[in-house]
Write a protein that binds this ligand. Structure first.
Ligand code: GLY
Length: 582
């Protein structure tokens, strides 16, 4: 403990458990969810010994398990899941977006693959500002909002290094799904009335996703995507060249010309995913391996974890005001640094080592008071000197050998730019909005970011995606986790880890538990509807926090927990994905 004005608090909550609001943890303590919380977490996790896949869509999960059954490794399964999600989860799964892969291999090595989109060569610092210097919506919707897609290069580069099954075979399930899959509630849910209006602006999007006279398909309909199938076939035959060159590239550029977009054949030919050194840090004796910049996820989570490790969180009541206060104080400091310093490391010098060091966390923690919130305006970046209709998706895979892969991939908003490439059948991202279109003003996630993350040709926009793997003190695999959620991704991933390591929750509890969020600016704690009780909210307000209830915090965690060789997994009940074992 750094300091402890709450005294030697040792809450071992009563063993009298309210049937649907509490969960027994491994150590005999009991964590109680508020009575108003909507998930009970009493279901048994999905378990297996030989492999596990968990994703936001049952069909994609099944594809991954079949690859494991056919003798594929975790990377093979991840590639097949990624392409399948591009078909069955088109609001986020993609070939027109980008993402990150973190891997921990059975031979003890780790890897991080950056397939984040890049700004086209014709992009400029102020390209989204109008004559009054205001940010327009062109960074969010339409052709100009797209970065050069990275996903196909990412899958190709991952396969070149780690793939054991044939590339062609890994594409086959996605091709089959593109021939037609049965529409379920999971898919219909993405086509809200406002989404239908947005997609209707772009004829190829309307033709693909609104096949009933401009309206969504109905449950039980078969959704056929022949143009997407043809594109996947070119990728199957020619690898990354089937996307970045030839017919697909020509169709992308023709689409750009139709809508005043700026991605060129040269931009596509120049794109390549890059291997980076994962961010690695220690939390409660465990090793956390996560994504380095151009994601902010690993570095920001390292700073918050290093600060919070100075406190004995496990001795505080779970989701009591003391714990939420400490979370908020650590998070506001970590996000202040994130928003100021982090950006594409190929363009900007980043103080990564310092930001992720325990010594720096001690300096940052020194200004935390246990009796009062620190206003965010008093918390600048520590070295010298944001929300949304988010749609990103995460999946986690572990194979029989103990290889683990965490992938988070995105179009940014749901259905990205809303533009489907005519004749190629896939949606383009609107990732350009993750840059600081106007440094110092919020983006669609409310994130207020600085000049380091300003737009420049060929630069990768800063991300919050945080695919993460945790090893236990002996170095064995313990967790694979990640989530969508824009600016909330990092705090959501951290909470899943803290729920297990500080509160000994099982995987169902850790994923289903209500979550809170703070991101420096706006200076507010958000909590999921029903996720904090009234007394906790009042106590936080007494400390000076502004506390707001939100319908949800947009997460969709896909988590695998490993204990004594047993894999247990759970897909976030907030959206309805599926885990399946081998
Ligand atoms: N587009 C969301 C993120 O990368 O953080």
């Amino acid at each position: 403990m750094l300091r402890d004005p709450w005294g030697p608090i040792r809450y071992v909550l009563a063993a009298t458990v309210l049937a649907n609001t509490a969960c027994a943890t491994g150590t005999g303590t009991v964590v109680t969810f508020p009575a108003s919380w909507r998930f009970n977490a009493l279901e048994a996790p999905v378990t297996a010994h030989r492999g596990m896949v968990v994703s936001t869509d049952e069909l994609a999960t099944r594809v991954g398990v079949n690859v494991l059954r056919a003798g594929g490794n975790a990377v093979d399964a991840a590639i097949a899941v990624h392409f399948s999600l591009a078909v069955v989860n088109p609001e986020a799964g993609n070939i027109g977006g980008g993402g990150f892969m973190v891997a921990s291999l059975a031979d003890g090595t780790t890897a991080a693959l950056d397939f984040r989109e890049k700004a086209p060569a014709a992009a400029t610092h102020d390209m989204y500002l109008d004559a009054e210097n205001q940010v327009t919506d062109q960074s969010v919707v339409g052709h100009l909002s797209s970065g050069v897609p990275g996903s196909v290069s990412g899958m190709w580069v991952a396969h070149q290094r780690y793939g054991s099954l044939k590339w062609q075979d890994l594409l086959e399930p996605a091709l089959e799904l593109a021939r037609g899959f049965e529409v379920r509630a999971r898919f219909i849910g993405s086509l809200t009335p406002s989404m239908v209006r947005s997609l209707s602006r772009f004829p190829a999007s309307a033709a693909q996703f609104l096949p009933r006279n401009g309206q969504p398909p109905q449950i039980g309909d078969t959704l056929r995507q022949p143009d997407l199938r043809a594109t996947l076939q070119r990728i199957q035959e020619r690898g990354a060249d089937g996307f970045y060159e030839g017919e697909t590239a020509d169709l992308i550029v023709a689409e750009m010309e139709r809508g005043n977009g700026i991605i060129t054949l040269q931009d596509l030919a120049n794109y390549e995913a890059v291997w980076r050194k994962p961010v690695s840090f220690s939390y409660r004796g465990h090793t956390v391996i996560s994504m380095p910049p151009s994601s902010s996820g690993g570095a920001t989570m390292a700073e918050m974890a290093n600060i919070l490790e100075l406190y004995d969180l496990g001795s505080l009541p779970w989701h009591g005001h003391e714990r939420v206060h400490l979370y908020a104080e650590a998070w506001r400091r970590a996000y202040a640094d994130r928003n100021h310093y982090l950006a594409d490391p190929d363009f900007v010098d980043i103080p990564l080592e310092r930001m992720t060091s325990p010594t720096y966390a001690q300096e940052r923690a020194a200004s935390i008071s246990l009796n009062a919130a620190t206003p965010s305006l008093d918390v600048g970046p520590g070295m010298e000197a944001p929300q949304d209709r988010i749609n990103t998706t995460h999946f986690s895979v572990v194979d029989e050998l103990g290889n683990a892969v965490a992938v988070t991939t995105t179009l940014n908003s749901s259905y990205g730019s809303k533009v489907t490439v005519n004749g190629a059948g896939f949606v383009l991202n609107n990732e350009m909005d993750d840059f600081s279109a106007k440094p110092g003003t919020p983006n669609q996630f409310g994130l207020v970011q600085g000049e380091n993350n300003a737009i420049a040709p060929g630069k990768r926009m800063l991300s919050a995606m945080t695919p993460t793997i945790v090893l236990d003190p002996e170095g064995s695999l313990r967790m694979v986790t990640g989530t969508p959620g824009g600016g909330t991704i990092i705090t959501t991933v951290f909470q899943t880890i803290s729920n297990v390591l500080d509160y000994q929750m099982n995987v169902v509890e850790a994923v289903s538990a209500p979550r809170v969020h703070h991101q420096h600016l706006p200076d507010q704690i958000f909590y999921e509807s029903g996720g904090l009780d009234a007394e906790t909210v009042r106590s936080l307000e007494v400390l000076g926090h502004r506390v707001f209830e939100r319908p949800g915090i947009s997460g969709d965690v896909q988590m695998i927990l490993i204990e004594d060789g047993l894999l247990s997994a759970w897909s976030d009940p907030r959206r309805g994905g599926r885990a399946a074992g081998h």
